[in-house]
Design a protein around this ligand. Structure first.
Ligand code: GLC
Ligand code: GLC
Length: 812
């Protein structure tokens, strides 16, 4: 069953039934000011950091689901309704929500009145702009009462939810004209406030929540709305809100636009006040003035649209396969931008409080957007590397506001360092900007111990070889990519976190075959980079280590039919035929086949076949099999999950592309493509009632074959799945891959694909690539011509000339 449809031309997903199986959301803003917005206008806003600068309040996991948002109430006689259906849930004559690229438009109609709401954060603006357009489609003059609503969060989203003995006494507001200002804690250490304005005179306002709703009413029945009159309440403590009251009269056929701005301001210390206890409103007024008419708002939306036109013009495909094209051209790239902005912090599954920017996550996210915003990728790489330790180890996460490592989350995840090599080399291949390697980058944010970024890559590489275990495989540390395979924790206490509890390293023999495979893949990238930059000796040294690791994996990481996953604390095998449960895992088989380890001896083929046989199911490839049915203290969190969910045999979508890429390395385009389709959201639209999450973005996890409800997805939006799938499909299936010296063309497709076209802007030229497959092969480039001339290799040269170039590729 579907709840809407794609509008590819408008780059929108159109929801036509507000009762989606889960709130289907969108993100507004892509730089400093952000909002989450559901299909019924639920959600919240923040400035840069969803924990420390939360602007509006949200209630997670509530009854009903998705409570709190920017709401409009329309009182028409005795009927009260909302354009987004919620919170009133009054039956509407029509409802539509269009989620587009960083904007959302929700339209409701009731008794001949149409209310169209547009929400977006204009470029370079610290505010969410909301345009409410009311139209009278009847032949009578209509009088409406409009109430807006936003609820202030007391800035720190964590303490806002717990410290009521203080919070209920601190809230402060100011109102002036049609603007409501939220200034809690401004008179002490904060230099920021928020505001909510409307561009017309108001007939009243409320800023005290209890006055607005009545203590025992829900969002669906605010007292003042039912009474039809604002009470002009001023909040002193308790829970400050912002609501404008407007009276609107519409003649037959008439329309009126109202523009609301929900914004954030920072002032310098000396410029905080206008007069005693009256805040300096200059900056707020400037922003409000930029959007005080509907044409100004429309122009700003047009700018946003142009911005996205440009971002999405860098890689486009025309394959004739609509569901593929819409993911590659629009939604997958959009989701990559969102994961770039938020890492794993703020979604409808991540509270914005618990997690900052992940070291490994942010590096992996980078491969999904580096072609779009290379400058910001560059900055991100430096930020991430600045939190590294001199020995190459890492904080697992850092906070976006201060860009410092966050110790509360733990560290010692031994895969972390290698991902910096992926991030950095991807950036250089895209841009050709080797100068980034010479940037002086601190360790643990301490500039006095800064070294070049290249040196950071060296310590990353060395962190692996300096931490080898008894078999010569990398020690796993607290965990590798799989946060939940905690081989050194032995936790018996339900009150401690697997991530931060003691990590027993003394005497541990716990090694990771996944890190070993990762080391081979990115070790080779490191070697290639050394050669490119004239560091021959370092390249030789690194090659020796990589070659040794390959030998070690074949000797100690092969289990006969597939690659082992790990050795545990005691040196016992994990992910082996000898295990009763968890005989085979996806991660090590993904990385070792991507690295092609033992492909000549047939190891990769065997491993990929084993994955197909044991891990594949109709909803994707599960993480491990058989699932763990009991708690294994020596494995940790992975065995804490019920079977089929999350890391315990869920389809963890993030790592499915590793197998897809492994299949392309082995030349199996058909299989890679089948795996791609299984988890690709546009292909799952028809089963939305089962899949549950948005059909336009990837989810982190789909319940696996052993689960109670296989096929049900969770954790949409903020997942490495976005970047990895974009990377796998564009670079390995479609096979258009940036290299240091040109664009590498190396497709691996199903044999029955006849042709496709890709336009790729790369290093200052536009390549129009046409791939044809007359011999029905899966892989193998027979001929490449550029502007009519056949070239000798499959690397299309750089022109850097701003011109269009025609590339014709014949497979065979
Ligand atoms: C989550 C984490 C990521 C981790 C993965 C597997 O997606 O953000 O860092 O690798 O889970 O545990
Ligand atoms: C990852 C995993 C999750 C685990 C968390 C711990 O996000 O997906 O299962 O609880 O890491 O931080």
């Amino acid at each position: 069953m579907k709840f809407g449809h794609f509008d590819d031309a408008g780059r929108e997903y159109v929801i036509t039934n507000p009762r989606t199986p889960w709130p289907w959301i969108n993100y507004l803003g892509n730089e400093d000011f952000f909002s989450l917005i559901s299909n019924t206008a639920g959600g919240y806003s923040f400035y840069k950091d969803a924990k420390f600068r939360r602007i509006t309040r949200y209630r997670y996991n509530n009854v009903p689901m998705d409570s709190g948002g920017r709401y409009f109430y329309i009182k028409d006689g005795d009927t009260v309704w909302s354009p987004g259906w919620k919170p009133c849930k009054t039956d509407l004559d029509s409802y539509e929500c269009r989620h587009g690229m960083n904007y959302t438009r929700i339209t409701g109609e009731k008794d001949g009145i149409k209310a169209e709401t547009l929400f977006f954060v204009p470029l370079k603006t610290w505010a969410e702009v909301q345009k409410l357009t009311l139209t009278n489609n009847t032949s009578k003059t209509r009088k409406l009462k409009i109430f807006s609503f936003a609820e202030w969060c007391l800035w720190n989203a964590a303490t806002d939810m717990e410290n009521f003995q203080r919070n209920f006494s601190t809230g402060e507001v100011e109102t002036e004209g049609s603007v409501i200002y939220h200034k809690t804690e401004y008179k002490e250490r904060r230099n920021h406030y928020a505001y909510y304005s409307v561009n017309v005179p108001i007939s009243g306002f409320d800023t005290d929540r209890e006055t607005f709703f009545g203590l025992y009413n829900g969002f669906d029945e605010p007292r003042v709305v039912l009474e039809g009159r604002a009470r002009n309440s001023e909040a002193h403590g308790w829970s400050p809100i912002a609501s404008h009251y407007l009276e609107v009269e519409l003649k037959p056929g008439e329309s009126e636009d109202l523009v609301f701005v929900l914004g954030y301001v920072e002032n310098i210390q000396e410029g905080k006040w206008e007069s005693k206890n009256i805040i300096n409103k200059k900056k707020a007024k400037e922003t409000i003035a930029r959007f005080d008419t509907a044409p100004k708002v429309d122009a700003a939306l047009e700018d946003l649209r142009n911005y996205w036109d440009n971002l999405l013009s860098i890689f486009t495909i025309d394959s004739g396969e609509k569901k593929l094209d819409r993911m590659v051209n629009i939604w997958n790239q959009y989701q990559c931008m969102i994961t770039f902005c938020f890492s794993r912090s703020a979604s409808f599954f991540e509270s914005g409080i618990g997690r900052g920017m992940g070291f490994r996550d942010s590096n992996q996210d980078l491969i999904g957007f580096v072609h779009q915003i290379p400058d910001r990728a560059r900055e991100r790489i430096i930020d991430i590397a600045s939190t590294q330790f001199p020995d190459g180890g890492c904080y697992h996460q850092y906070q976006p506001l201060n860009k410092r490592g966050n110790n509360d989350i733990g560290g010692g995840f031994n895969d972390d360092p290698m991902w910096l090599i992926l991030g950095t080399t991807s950036y250089i291949k895209e841009t050709g900007d080797f100068s980034i390697l010479d940037e002086q980058v601190p360790f643990d944010n301490d500039m006095s111990v800064a070294r070049s970024l290249f040196d950071h890559l060296t310590v990353s590489f060395d962190h692996v070889i300096n931490n080898l275990g008894p078999h010569g495989l990398p020690l796993i540390g607290r965990a590798d990519w799989n946060d939940c395979l905690n081989l050194n924790c032995f936790s018996e206490d339900p009150d401690e976190s697997f991530q931060t509890t003691e990590n027993k390293t003394e005497g541990s023999r716990a090694e990771s075959v996944m890190i070993a495979g990762l080391f081979v893949v990115y070790g080779r990238d490191y070697i290639e980079l050394c050669r490119k930059t004239g560091r021959q000796d370092e390249a030789e040294r690194a090659s020796r280590h990589v070659n040794e690791m390959i030998v070690t994996i074949k000797k100690h990481g092969w289990d006969g039919g597939w690659f082992l996953r790990a050795y545990d604390f005691f040196g016992n095998k994990v992910g082996s035929k000898d295990n009763e449960e968890g005989k085979i895992f996806i991660e090590s088989n993904g990385w070792c086949t991507m690295a092609g380890i033992g492909s000549d001896e047939g190891l990769c083929k065997k491993a990929l076949d084993a994955v197909k046989e044991r891990l594949d199911c109709s909803h994707g490839i599960v993480l491990n099999n058989p699932a763990f049915t009991k708690y294994y203290i020596e494995y940790g969190e992975i065995s804490s999950y019920p079977v089929g969910y999350k890391e315990n045999a869920g389809v963890f979508c993030h790592n499915n592309p590793w197998i897809m890429i492994g299949e392309t390395v082995a030349g199996n385009g058909g299989r890679a493509w089948k795996y791609y389709r299984k988890i690709c959201p546009s292909y799952l639209e028809d089963i939305s009632e089962l899949h549950k999450t948005e059909p336009y973005v990837y989810s982190q996890m789909i319940a696996g074959k052993d689960a109670f409800n296989p096929g049900e997805a969770k954790n949409s939006w903020l997942t490495g799945t976005a970047a990895w799938n974009f990377y796998a499909v564009t670079q390995y299936i479609l096979g258009i891959r940036p290299g240091y010296d040109g664009l590498i063309i190396d497709p691996c497709i199903p044999e029955d694909w006849k042709s496709y076209r890709v336009t790729r802007k790369f290093r200052g030229s536009i390549y129009h690539i046409e791939v044809t497959n007359p011999a029905s092969v899966s892989k193998g480039v027979k001929e490449v011509s550029v502007d009519g001339e056949i070239i000798k290799s499959n690397v299309v040269p750089l022109f850097e000339d701003g011109e269009n170039h025609t590339v014709k590729v014949i497979l065979g």
